[in-house]
Write a protein that binds this ligand. Sequence first.
Ligand SMILES: Cc1cc2nc3c(=O)[nH]c(=O)nc-3n(C[C@H](O)[C@H](O)[C@H](O)COP(=O)(O)OP(=O)(O)OC[C@H]3O[C@@H](n4cnc5c(N)ncnc54)[C@H](O)[C@@H]3O)c2cc1C
Length: 360
Amino acid sequence: MTRDPVVVVGGGTAGCMVTSYLANNTDLPIVLVEPGKVSSHDENSRFFDALGDVDLVRTVNGVLQARVLGGGSAINGMLLTGEEPTFARGLTRMAHEDDIGLMGRFLLSHGGRFSRLWWNGARWNPGRAVHHLEEEGRISIVRDEVESIQVTNNGCTAVTASHIRINASTLVLCAGALETPRILQQSHQLMHREEAMVQNHYSVNLVARLTAPSRAPFDTAVVREMQLPTGEMFMVNAYERASNIVRDHGLMTVSHMNPRDGRCDVRAMEKAKEILEEFANSLRMTEGIEEVVVSDEILPLSHVTASCAHLTDSDGRVHGVPSVWVADASVLRQVPTCTPAAPVTMEALRIARTIAGELS
Ligand SMILES: Cc1cc2nc3c(=O)[nH]c(=O)nc-3n(C[C@H](O)[C@H](O)[C@H](O)COP(=O)(O)OP(=O)(O)OC[C@H]3O[C@@H](n4cnc5c(N)ncnc54)[C@H](O)[C@@H]3O)c2cc1C
């Protein structure tokens, strides 16, 4: 009798790490279900170009999300502000003078520092390795969107996607912190709607009109971390462009990085606005800047996490549901105080090792 495969739902940052790890370290049959295509932007250092590719992104609950093999890592800003994971040595590098333009230089002269980037000649995109595994016939990828999962008493499971139902010996949910809880909610009430408490960072921003269009190779490479005596942590980011199309405007954002329970903290955002206003005043006096407009809006970042943490044990097993695991950003216990791709990746790798250990 052939063995049902391990089915990984979602080939994003976490799903590709899990798939690669299991394919390289076990002889289990693996099926990855991912609706997104392969990105053609890995060689392009300007991340707004990938973001501007409407096939690769979608907006869920007002938050921009990836819909591409490689997930957020195929389209994100490539900033790595926390610790560099050991597995990533050689795959990242520190930004430098040649990477930036006027906005980056402004922030550097106002307390900023160069960031580490998920870039070393090309973007680090875990989707590329998975694409090669598929080409070599070592895994299968089903281009579809999972709607729900089914769990039977004897521990067998299956996923129902838009066009196919797939039996699974083990299921690893990696559809991201907004979609994984939605799949669980649609699956025989494995999760109730009110249980999905997403954690996130929130930001305010300004737009600066430049006298000349940006020619900087990277859209963002300089950050400034600030901690107030009252405990709030903020990250300031400089962007050389406002979008893939708008090259003659730069952006600056101030994001609250340690919101309590990952919720928008209105008082902290007032302080973020004050910080932003100070930058705006200095920017207005900077050569090469024609006009600065500070927005009143508070926006959620694409750093959603923690929505399934209470449903899983520390190794990602869903409580009371044998053979079902979660390994994406939704299992982080709280939104990190740094950019999240590294913690998400490390957590996915740790869970993949545990799964491999249990199934071998
Ligand atoms: C625009 C943007 C900029 C960012 N900038 C940075 C940054 O500079 N630095 C940083 O560290 N982090 C950044 N992040 C955050 C980081 O990329 C994410 O935290 C990380 O990618 C989350 O990984 P994940 O595996 O949980 O989800 P994702 O990587 O989003 O993967 C989820 C995958 O599941 C697939 N999927 C969704 N629904 C289904 C379904 N029903 N069935 C099957 N598959 C499904 C999606 O297509 C996607 O490929 C950014 C994110 C975005 C979107």
